[in-house]
Design a protein. Structure first.
Length: 387
C-alpha cells in the first residue's frame, strides 16, 4: 500500500467519531432548548409568605417603625373541591410624614433600598405598574412569576393638614362619597382627587376592606355606609338593619358590618327611608355608635327621619346632609348642585354634600373643588361638622 493511499483512507476512519461528536452537540442543544421552554413551577405559599415577611420587616426597620405596613393575600379563583391557591401577597406601605406635614423622603429612600436588598437576595425582578397621585405600584417576580405587589403610599392629606379647627371663619364644606366597596377602579379614580374627602364604604362587598384600608392609608376619612331598610320594600343589600330586629340582632349585624370596613370613624345610612324613621330601631343602633366612638351623618333619605335626633339623644356626635350632588347624573345638573352646596356653606357657615363615584360626579369635583378652595371655601372631613 502506498503512502498516498494511506492519506486517502484516513478520513474514512474518522467519520464515526465525527458523527458521534455532531450527534452529542445536537442532543445537547435540544435538551437546552427543551429546558428553556419548560415553565418554572410556582413558589409554594410558604415561600411566598416567607419573602413577604422579609419585605414587611425591611420596611418597618428602614423607617424605624414609623411606616404603616400591611399586607393582604391574593388568591386564584377557587376551583370546586380544591384548596385556595395563593398567587401573591399585596404589601401596603404608607410613607411616614415629617413634622412639617411632608412625606419623609429619607425614610422612603431607605425603604426602597431595603426592598432592593431583599429582592436581590432572592433573585427577584421588579416590574413597574401604573400608579396614581400619591401611589407608586410595582411587582416583584420570582422565577418569572409575580409573588409580591407593592403599594408605596404617600398620604395626600397629612395628619397636620387634615385638622381643621371649628373656629375657622371661612365657610366649610364636607364632601362624602357613598357606595364604595365593589369596584376598585372607582376607588382608584377617586384617589386622583387629592382633597379632603370622606369615603363611605358599603359593608360585605368584595372589596370593602381593601378600599377602606387604602383610603385610610392615603389620608382620606373612612365611614361605614350602613345599609338600612327602605320603604321600597326590596332588599338593597345582602345584610341590612330593618324595623322589628331585636337588640341582639341589631348589635350582631352592626358589628359584622363594621368588621368589614376597617378604620371607619363614623357612619351614614345607605337608603333607610323606612329604618331611619323607626324610633325603636334608631334607639337600638345609636348606643352602639357611642360605644365605638363613631359619629353619625344622617343622609336624610326621608323627611320622616329620626336618626339625627336619636344620635344626639344617645350622646353621639352628629350632622346631616344638606345637598345630594348627583340624583341626576349629568355634568350640568351636578355642577348646579355643587354650586348650591357652596351657597349653603357660605350662608350657614358649613354644609355637607353627598355624592357617588359616578364618572360625571368625579369630573365635576375635579373641576370645582380647586375652584372652591380658591374662592375661600375650606374643604373639611365630615367629622369636622358634627356636634
Amino acid at each position: 500500500m502506498t503512502r498516498g493511499s494511506n492519506r486517502l483512507e484516513q478520513p474514512s476512519s474518522e467519520k464515526p467519531i465525527l458523527k458521534y461528536f455532531l450527534f452529542c452537540i445536537l442532543a445537547g442543544a435540544l435538551l437546552v432548548a427543551g429546558g428553556c421552554k419548560k415553565k418554572s413551577a410556582p413558589l409554594p405559599a410558604a415561600a411566598i409568605r416567607g419573602i413577604t415577611r422579609e419585605f414587611v420587616l425591611a420596611a418597618r426597620n428602614a423607617s424605624e417603625g414609623r411606616a404603616e405596613v400591611g399586607m393582604r393575600p391574593e388568591y386564584a379563583a377557587r376551583q370546586p373541591g380544591k384548596a385556595q391557591v395563593l398567587l401573591a401577597d399585596r404589601i401596603y406601605v404608607t410613607i411616614p410624614m415629617t413634622k412639617a406635614g411632608q412625606a419623609d423622603r429619607a425614610a422612603r429612600e431607605a425603604i426602597e433600598r431595603e426592598f432592593a436588598r431583599v429582592a436581590e437576595y432572592h433573585h427577584m425582578m421588579r416590574v413597574e405598574r401604573p400608579g396614581a397621585p400619591g401611589l407608586e405600584r410595582f411587582d416583584y417576580l420570582a422565577q418569572g412569576r409575580r409573588t409580591q405587589s407593592i403599594h408605596l403610599i404617600t398620604p395626600l392629606v397629612s395628619a397636620a393638614a387634615a385638622s381643621v379647627t371649628s373656629t375657622s371663619r371661612n365657610p366649610r364644606l364636607a364632601v362624602v362619597i357613598d357606595d364604595l366597596g365593589s369596584d376598585p377602579a372607582q376607588a382608584d379614580a377617586l384617589f386622583h382627587l387629592s382633597y379632603r374627602l370622606t369615603l363611605s364604604v358599603l359593608p360585605h362587598h368584595s372589596n370593602s376592606t381593601e378600599i377602606a384600608e387604602e383610603a385610610h392609608r392615603r389620608g382620606y376619612q373612612v365611614m361605614l355606609h350602613l345599609p338600612v331598610a327602605s320603604t321600597a320594600g326590596k332588599l338593597e343589600e345582602p345584610v341590612e338593619l330593618h324595623p322589628g330586629m331585636d337588640s341582639g340582632a341589631v348589635q350582631n349585624t352592626f358589628a359584622s358590618m363594621l368588621e368589614t370596613v376597617p378604620y371607619a370613624s363614623g357612619v351614614n345610612n345607605h337608603e333607610g327611608s323606612l329604618g331611619t324613621s323607626d324610633e325603636k330601631l334608631m334607639d337600638e343602633l345609636m348606643p352602639l355608635l357611642r360605644q365605638d366612638k363613631l359619629f353619625f351623618i344622617d343622609s336624610r333619605t326621608t323627611t320622616a327621619t329620626v336618626a339625627e335626633s336619636a344620635a344626639r339623644a344617645a350622646g353621639v356626635l352628629a350632622a346631616r346632609r344638606n345637598v345630594f350632588l348627583d340624583d341626576e347624573q349629568t355634568v350640568g345638573a351636578i355642577r348646579k348642585q355643587f354650586v348650591l352646596a357652596i351657597h349653603d356653606a357660605r350662608e350657614k357657615g358649613s354644609a355637607l354634600a353627598i355624592g357617588h363615584p359616578h364618572p360625571e360626579t368625579l369630573q365635576v369635583l375635579g373641576e370645582m373643588l380647586p375652584e372652591a378652595e380658591r374662592e375661600g371655601v375650606t374643604l373639611v372631613f365630615a367629622s369636622d361638622l358634627v356636634r
